[in-house]
Design a protein around this ligand. Sequence first.
Ligand code: SF4
Length: 463
Amino acid sequence: MENRAIHIKSFGCQMNKLDTGLVATALQDAGFRLTESVTEADAVIINTCSVRQHAEDRVLSNLGHLKHLKRHRPGMVVAVMGCMAQRLGNTLLEHEAVDIVCGPAQIPQLAELISQALARHEKHLAVTETIRRPVDAGDGVLDDFESAYSISDQQIPGQAFVRVMRGCNYFCTYCVVPYVRGPEACRSPKSILSQVRRLADAGVRQITFLGQTVNSYKYPSGERTYSLADLLEMATEVPGVEWIRFVTSYPCDEYYEDILRVMAESPKVCRYLHMPAQSGSDRILRAMNRHYTAAHYLEMLDRARTIVPDIAIAGDFIVGFSDETEEDFQATVDLVRRARYKNCFVFKYSPRPGTTADKRLADTIPEEVKQRRNVELLAVQDQIGEELSRAFLGCDVTVLVEGLSKKAHVNPMDAEDRPQLVGRTSTDHIVVFNGPPSLAGHFARVRITRTSALTLFGELASD
Ligand code: SF4
């Protein structure tokens, strides 16, 4: 397959970014080369997301373009992987542009499927037929694939994601994940730790443990059950690893304080908790099948701040869920005011086919109301973000530098002709400053001179 070029386009969450990195490395290992140009590609892979209709629409629009491109380049192979591939299966394979449909559990086969499609021009479906059947992720093919290809040149310098579990058992009524990623399956601590060691040996300084509900991680072994708190503690002992993060947490008491205590005790565990609330109305939380009340959620945040006083917390919300009244929405506004998030992500409710909410609850809230609530909630959060950011003025913070800032035009070069860089603190605050590009993948001290709701601006503290 030498010199065959692959173009990969990725949509969606960090799980998808991780899968894209794994697939890219596996393809390069199989002799393909990656290209930024879709027009020179022999094969195009689209890694898809099904969480919102908008994400699926963007994939369909991309497939429309590829259909036209293939008329001029009939030998080109198009593969669709990820959640939409698992959700739509054969329906997607019937699309004129599509040659391969590959579910999240089948990604180890993708390089071989592309080679075959390039040679034989046959369509191929590779998805899990019974998605809710429990799988042993511990020592399986996916685990080996993950371990073998986790060092990717696609990743941010010095950083890597490590999936500790797959799937979800919560079945929130609006969510498609349990139907496309299957039941929870936790990898063994042994396998996770050996991957962390290899990443650290390759120069990775920050590990992010990934799981749809990462704090549900549980691995029974002999007399003992390992939790996320145990994993974090063990990872802090790996030489070379400086920072460890974990996303995303479900609001649940099991192991909660254990996790926070490891965070409080080790400077290596980043002071950051991403814990979606989704709504501040108990009525809506019940309709969403979320297993907590607003009061319980806020009490959990209080506990986090008592155990780890410098913790930063981020939240997610859905506005305009079925039947959400103004009163329900005001309960959400109230929760956001009280939670004092570092930042939060707000999404307009989008019914997903096959979910309980789509089957049993009508999408009653008009688009313009969803839009207004979205804007209003973000405005409340913006004000809080600005207030919290201001506390950093004049402080020196440690950041892990990611590389050149994507918005380099904001402050392109400083007096010493150094470009604008971006990094993050342990609390996940985005920090923008000028410095040498060679800092990417390294830690730097930055003095904060200006702040906004989402970004801290500063200069290298040693200047
Ligand atoms: S916890 Fe709920 S929202 Fe999160 S992945 Fe599972 S079902 Fe979806």
